[in-house]
Design a protein around this ligand. Structure first.
Ligand code: ZN
Ligand code: ZN
Length: 122
């Protein structure tokens, strides 16, 4: 599988039984449907995200990408709890692509975000 952002080879890695694909060049991460939620629950799983956050932020600007699995145009999405985290989701196979550093960020609720999630009112 090729990275949808930099077109380099993505290598399958495993963390506690969950398989993820990681780009060998930009270290962007690919999660098949629901894998992201699964792996987010596992403690210490941020070790899979070894990439450079600055490069990740640069790649974050590139939002028009095609799903590496089914070639569908991916849709930009935001995390519900952490609205600053933008990622891309495939509307077809539900796969998710995170730029380097985003998963680490994803795992770590900042204090204001934590309070916002508790005191959330509509
Ligand atoms: Zn890449
Ligand atoms: Zn897809």
């Amino acid at each position: 599988m090729l990275c949808p952002k930099c077109k380099s080879y993505m290598k399958t890695i495993e963390y506690k039984g969950v398989e993820i694909d990681r780009c060998t060049r930009c270290y962007g991460l690919w999660f098949d449907s629901f894998e992201l939620e699964d792996i987010k629950q596992l403690s210490g799983s941020e070790v899979i995200d070894i990439g450079d956050m600055e490069l990740g932020q640069e790649h974050d600007q590139k939002t028009k990408i095609f799903c590496p699995k089914c070639r569908t145009l991916m849709m930009p999405a935001r995390d519900e709890q952490q609205a600053h985290i933008r990622y891309e989701r495939c509307p077809d196979c539900q796969g998710v692509y995170l730029d380097a550093g985003e998963f680490r960020d994803f795992k770590q609720l900042t204090i204001p975000e934590f309070f916002k999630s508790i005191f959330k009112r509509d």
